[in-house]
Design a protein around this ligand. Structure first.
Ligand code: ATP
Length: 337
């Protein structure tokens, strides 16, 4: 289909390539590679990579071109999919908290915004996500009303499974099917009618392995994936295959996956992202944060410039803790910190 375009991209100067297709940065990052330099085409770059490095990364040189092509097709497919399906805004019209006190607010969120949801355990963060997922119309325990483009969605849209407006990544991923990872992802890719099922499947599994601490193979049965691995697979799958304009993320916990990278993978300028979290770094990645107390939204805070400036410091602290966690998982002593 777009073979000429792929050939052109492969021959383009590295700098120009990344300027015209900034998303390709993710392609190189997902393989653990640096970016091609100015004056160097992707083809030249692939040819110049050291064999030892490729071996370490577990990629054959001959696969690089195919993977590149699969990524470009995926990117083009997503662009042409009607990504936001006409969703210009989501409005949360307040209901009441657990004691019946009114939640006096009307909050409108637009594509490109990332909203974090914070609050103590049991305060109602998941409930808020569920209200949005099911586009509550005063018929949930909170009495909230969710509007799409300022209007109540038609019942058909609300309960449609094929054209879901919302992609929900929930806390528990329980696979019950007797399938390998590859079969599972391929089945999903087929159901989304992508052209290059094998390429897309390889891209998703590659991305999931980048996010997961412990690697898994395409032949691993989905039922034997760990919590973190299945979560990583779901994140990669959602980011590559979901065309839903609204993405809900319920706590990317510390199950050994690269949480910040996972969130960056899911955030798309054309989507509305709402994320419940207890993690300060993830919370501050949002443009605004909703503070939930006793079942109601008690405050809406815009992430301030000072908080953003602090974020890099918190990230450093988080990286340090993450290194300790990883060392602990590897069975090492934690003495040299
Ligand atoms: N406004 C409300 N009115 C009545 N019940 C509510 C309200 N908000 C939340 N609940 C209920 O409170 C319980 C806890 O809420 P929820 O699971 O959303 O908490 P959470 O903040 O996600 O907790 P955690 O951080 O542990 O995941 C649920 O049973 C939920 O349905």
């Amino acid at each position: 289909m777009n073979g000429d375009r792929i050939t052109t991209l492969l021959r383009m100067d590295g700098d120009e390539l990344l300027r015209s297709e900034p998303n390709l940065r993710d392609f190189f990052a997902s393989l653990g590679l640096c970016l091609p330099r100015e004056g160097e085409s992707a083809t030249d770059y692939f040819a110049s990579l050291e064999s030892g490095l490729l071996e370490d990364l577990g990629i054959e040189r001959s696969e690089l071109g195919e993977r590149f092509a699969a990524f470009v097709r995926l990117m083009d497919g997503l662009k042409s999919a009607r990504l936001n399906q006409g969703v210009e805004s989501v409005t949360i019209r307040g209901g009441h908290d657990k004691d019946g006190n009114q939640e006096a607010l009307e909050l409108t969120v637009r594509p490109g915004e990332v909203i974090s949801i914070v609050g103590p355990t049991g305060s109602g963060k998941s409930r808020l996500l569920a209200d949005i997922e099911w586009m509550a119309q005063g018929d949930s325990p909170t009495g909230r009303i969710i509007l799409i483009n300022g209007q109540a969605p038609e019942a058909g849209k609300r309960f449609s499974i094929d054209h879901k407006l919302v992609a929900q990544l929930s806390q528990n991923m329980n696979f019950v099917m007797d399938m390998t990872v590859e079969e599972f992802v391929a089945m999903h890719a087929e159901s989304r009618m992508v052209e290059d099922v094998a390429g897309v499947t390889a891209t998703i599994i590659g991305l999931a392995n980048d996010l997961a601490g412990e690697k898994f193979s395409p032949a691993t049965p989905v039922t034997s994936l760990s919590g973190g691995q299945s979560r990583a697979l779901m994140i990669a799958d959602t980011s590559c295959l979901s065309s839903s304009p609204i993405v809900l993320i319920d706590e990317i916990e510390n199950a050994g996956i690269d949480r910040k990278r996972a969130v960056r993978t899911l955030v798309d300028k054309r989507k509305i992202v709402l994320m419940a979290t207890h993690d300060p770094v993830l919370a501050l990645m949002g443009d605004r944060r909703l503070v939930i107390k006793n079942g109601g939204i008690s405050r809406i805070l815009e992430t301030s410039a000072v908080e953003r400036a602090n974020l890099s410091r918190f990230e450093e602290m988080d990286n340090c803790l993450q290194a300790v966690r990883n060392a602990l998982r590897r069975g090492e002593r934690i003495e040299g910190v």
